[in-house]
Design a protein around this ligand. Structure first.
Ligand code: ADP
Ligand code: MG
Length: 814
């Protein structure tokens, strides 16, 4: 058992604006516990606290200042936890802090650079690397990804995500067994046999989470996400299985409700979040106070799920993420205070060992059988005295009649007395030995008689001896041949084994490297995992296609608007950069692949050459009647060293290619994610602009009778249903006199794009409204603008593009 208080670390995010001097200082004296001092400027202190305290000091295990990179965070915080998880202990790392302080950046990573990958991908990489190194145990790894939003649990890896939206899926619920163990119903566990499979699951979950998010519901700041790696290990042949769980938790933003200060829907959410974190705080207070018998874990889903991580069987680490800018100082102080309380909690982590019931059953069955046998033989009382003379006689009689009995079914019945059983065996053995001696005597006397009668002739004897010698020679030759054959076969097997290992990944067609833009994936893994990879990739890409590929369904004007939006979006630079890097990596991988193939064929050639030389030498030996030299000649030595060199080169390149593959996969996933984000933002912008135009200009209303960006046949159906149920509570259906309806669920997470034409109105407008009427009558400059010059120029550009297209269309149709 390991007793340990929860480890607390602080990470300070680099400021968005120029560094504001003197707000905080980090004291990392080697001898003392590191401390973080937050200094309140006088003006803030006045309003903030009554006693006008100006500085606050908090102690942490370590403080990572702005310049700490992701690698440092992983090495210092996550690696030790991953290490203890590999040893069989439960582990939890959770990030706590206000929105924007870097929780997601720390736990999952930044969405831009490969070097920005966070604790989850790095931990996966580390764990799989360690598992590969350790061949003494059999490991299995499973992944689950849970999101808790408004006290409801959602499975981010539910395969039904593609078909339905998050809130239509069965909710994950907490169940408690009589031993107070927590079980999560409806949370799927996915086996991951490689790092790539696990990484794909992470990105799948993240994408699902992002897609479920709507502008009114920035769930990522209001929901908790728990990525869990479930690891079990077993030594071969042993009945003991070890289970360990590693929770990597990205908590909701910790900002207080007072600051959120928004009405309606958002307030409900803020209240929930606050409640959820409030319950976490209560649990932590209860745990940090001595002599508290009741800990209110059951008050919220998150504290139930993380019950073991808080004051239980787990090694837990907290990262307080801080955004130390002037306006965030009160939140930062509150985060640090929370951390100080957390640091008081003591956990007791134990090895979670379990006996495999199947193996135990086998062992017990064997034992039962043995006991049954014994019981059948033993009458129950211990007998120590020897058998009587009469009993012995009786037994011998029984044995004699048993032996004489011709019936094969006859049995020797001596009862359950072990002494009698043993005596029977002894007696039988004696009889057998006596018989053998007798037989030997008769054989030797007979042969003696024969010798006397017919002595072997000298000539015949010699002949036989010659034949024997000849046969002996033949046997020797054959044995030698066999030995050589066996050795050859073994060598071939060994080489084949090596080849399989080395070439497994490069069978023909050896390296198919596609154009990154076409989304082709480089696949190097072995066949079974390849199939799995494809299934996961397929799942992901079909999901992404479903979400991204909808652009194909966009109208021309909308596509144009999207192109403009994309061009001016800040992320496009990153996407382009990543594209460039990806291209570079691809061509590097391609070149490496080619070199590997070259090396491979060279290895083959060299092997072939060596074999040819062998054959030549043997042939030479036979024709000139010379023994084959034992030592390989110089030429062969040279070939062999070349072969070794080539193999080394092959291995080096292969290792590099493998690393490159991980990087390429990661970059592709990042780009996929960025694309979804861009499209989602476009969709939000589009909806906003359309609403603005609708509200401000009825003429512009009819501008768009194309399908809304995210509209699918499902949502259409859903909407028409809603339309018919418009009086049902919760849904608001507004007829704006334009044949359009705004439908939104006050409680649900999903917001339908607005404006959304009913199929009916769509049909009407496309048949009865002449196209010219669709062109806005007002000059572009009179359309209300947002004040944000970037957005405004986008709107203007978009409308201009739209006008010119429509005009062209009119001219064409006339
Ligand atoms: P949170 O999850 O706490 O709301 P994020 O992780 O989303 O915050 O961070 C907000 C923004 O700040 C993101 O754009 C992120 O990339 C950036 N960021 C956060 N921490 C760092 C850091 N240590 N270095 C660089 N950028 C960071
Ligand atoms: Mg976040």
């Amino acid at each position: 058992m390991v007793k340990q208080t929860i480890q607390i670390f602080a990470r300070v995010k680099p400021p968005v604006r120029k560094h504001q001097q003197g707000i905080y200082s980090v004291d990392e004296d080697e001898k003392l516990i590191p401390s973080l001092e937050i200094i309140l400027p006088r003006d803030l202190a006045d309003g903030f606290v009554n006693n006008k305290r100006e500085s606050y000091k908090f102690k942490f295990q370590r403080i990572f200042d702005q310049d700490a990179n992701q690698e440092t965070i992983f090495e210092n915080i996550a690696k030790p936890v991953a290490g203890s998880v590999l040893a069989g202990y439960n582990g939890t790392i959770f990030a706590y802090g206000q929105t924007g302080s870097g929780k997601t950046f720390t736990i999952t990573g930044g969405a831009e650079r490969y070097s920005d990958r966070g604790i989850i991908p790095r931990t996966l990489s580390y764990i799989f690397e360690q598992l590969q190194k350790d061949s003494s145990k059999i490991y299995t790894t499973h992944i689950s990804y849970l999101e808790i939003y408004n006290e409801c649990g959602y499975d981010l890896l539910d395969p039904r995500h593609e078909a339905s939206s998050l809130e239509d899926l069965p909710k994950v619920t907490v169940l408690e067994d009589p031993d107070q163990n927590i079980h999560l119903k409806n949370l799927t566990l996915h086996q991951a046999t490689t790092e790539e499979e696990a990484l794909n699951l992470l990105f799948l979950g993240d994408t699902n989470r992002m897609i479920a998010e709507t502008p009114m519901n920035q769930a990522s700041t209001r929901s908790h996400c728990i990525f869990t790696i479930h690891l079990s290990s077993k030594e071969p042949g042993s009945a003991t299985v070890r289970h360990a769980k590693l929770h990597l938790v990205d908590l909701a933003g910790s900002e207080r409700v007072a600051k959120t200060g928004v009405g309606g829907h958002l307030l409900t959410e803020a209240k929930y979040i606050n409640l959820s974190l409030h319950y976490l705080e209560q649990v932590i207070i209860a745990l940090s106070e001595k002599h508290r018998s009741h800990i209110p874990y059951r008050n919220s889903m998150m504290t139930s799920v993380l019950r073991d991580s808080l004051g239980g069987n787990c090694m837990t680490t907290m990262i307080a993420t801080l955004s130390l800018e002037k306006r965030n100082l009160d939140e930062s102080i509150s985060t640090c205070r929370f951390a100080q309380r957390v640091a008081l909690i003591k956990n007791e982590a134990v090895l979670n060992e379990e006996i495999d019931p199947r193996l135990v059953i086998k062992r017990l069955q064997k034992e039962i059988q043995e006991l049954k046998d014994e019981l059948a033989m033993v009458t129950g009382e211990q007998r120590t005295e020897a058998l009587t003379e009469a009993e012995l006689l009786q037994l011998e009689k029984l044995i004699t009649s048993f032996l004489e009995d011709q019936d094969p079914e006859s049995r020797l019945e001596v009862g359950t007395d072990m002494r009698k059983v043993h005596h029977c065996f002894h007696h039988l053995k004696k009889l057998l030995n006596d018989k053998k001696i007798l037989e030997n005597n008769t054989v030797s006397s007979e042969s003696k008689d024969q010798d006397c009668q017919e002595p072997l002739k000298e000539e015949e004897y010699r002949k036989l001896r010659d034949i024997l010698k000849q046969r002996d020679n033949e046997i020797n030759i054959l044995v030698n041949m066999l030995k050589k054959e066996k050795k050859k076969a073994q060598e071939a097997l060994h080489l084949a084994g090596m080849d399989r290992r080395e070439f497994r990944h490069s069978q023909s067609p050896p390296f198919r490297l596609g154009n990154p833009e076409e989304g082709q994936r480089m696949r190097l893994s072995s066949a079974p995992s390849q199939a799995q990879d494809f299934s996961i990739l397929g799942k992901r890409s079909s999901l992404l296609h479903k979400k991204i590929g909808m652009r194909e369904e966009m109208s021309l004007g909308r596509q144009e608007a999207f192109e403009i939006f994309k061009r001016d979006h800040a992320d496009s630079v990153t996407i382009d950069d990543n594209k460039q890097i990806l291209k570079q990596r691809f061509s590097e991988a391609k070149a490496l692949g080619e070199s590997i193939n070259e090396a491979r064929s060279k290895i083959g050639d060299l092997k072939e050459e060596i074999t040819q030389r062998h054959i030549q030498q043997v042939a030479l030996g036979i024709s000139e009647n010379m023994a084959v030299p034992l030592m390989p000649d110089q030429q062969e030595e040279k070939l062999r060293s070349q072969l070794e060199e080539e193999k080394r080169r092959y291995k080096t390149m292969f290792t590099r290619l493998k690393a490159l593959k991980v990087e390429i996969e990661h970059l592709q996933l990042l780009m996929d994610k960025a694309k979804v984000k861009l499209q989602k933002e476009f969709e939000v912008w589009w909806a906003e602009e359309a609403t603005n135009l609708q509200v401000n200009s009825p003429a512009v209303n009819s501008l768009d009778h194309t399908k809304p960006f995210l509209q699918t046949s499902d949502s259409q159906h859903e909407r028409s249903q809603l339309f018919s149920n418009k009086s049902s509570g919760g849904w608001e259906v507004q007829d704006q006199g334009t044949g359009r309806f705004d439908v939104c669920d006050v409680n649900a997470r999903k917001i339908l794009p607005s404006p959304c034409p009913s199929p009916h109105s769509q049909k009407q407008s496309s048949t009865s409204t002449p196209l010219e009427d669709s062109i806005p009558k007002r000059p572009v400059s009179s359309i209300p603008l947002t004040g944000d010059s970037q957005t405004d120029s986008d709107i203007i550009a978009f409308i201009k593009a739209r006008q010119s297209i429509l005009q062209k269309q009119c001219l064409g149709s006339n």
